[in-house]
Design a protein around this ligand. Sequence first.
Ligand code: AMP
Length: 158
Amino acid sequence: MNLDVPMLYTKMKDLVIASTKVAHVQLGNSLEHALLVLIKSGYSAIPVLDHSYRLHGQVSTTLIMNKILGLERIEYEKMADYTVDEVMTTKIARMKYSEEFMKALELSINHPFICIEDDDGVFQGILTRKSILALVYRHFRQLPFPAVEGQTSSSDAT
Ligand code: AMP
């Protein structure tokens, strides 16, 4: 990329929410467990990992609800019949640290967050659309780029 825009050379590591702070579920987990994690975390979608922390997909409240949706009611009792593997989507936004920030910018158009993995597919964390937008905003306002942990509210962006 031959553009003289410092923002494009941002180290993604500086923006990523580390894996230890990301709510997730594991392959084989029940839908009930996944729904609990989703509701308790307050997020509508979270990553699905295996026991070695490798990234497999994402599960969301909508995907779970669609699976147990009957003709006339939500059939909650059906939750016991499925595991996360059967409802997760594998069509997710995923990237490696070695890739260009421009790719993250493009992926964030259609994805609220991007999963970051290493060369072995081990989950490293997520890059949210919010942190990317905050960076773009600060670029145009010519403000210093903050680390991800400190840029949580819109009120501190001015
Ligand atoms: P945000 O931009 O902070 O609203 O985050 C966008 C999306 O990223 C959320 O809806 C979640 O799906 C995901 N997300 C953000 N932070 C976390 C987290 N700590 N754990 C799991 N998922 C997260």
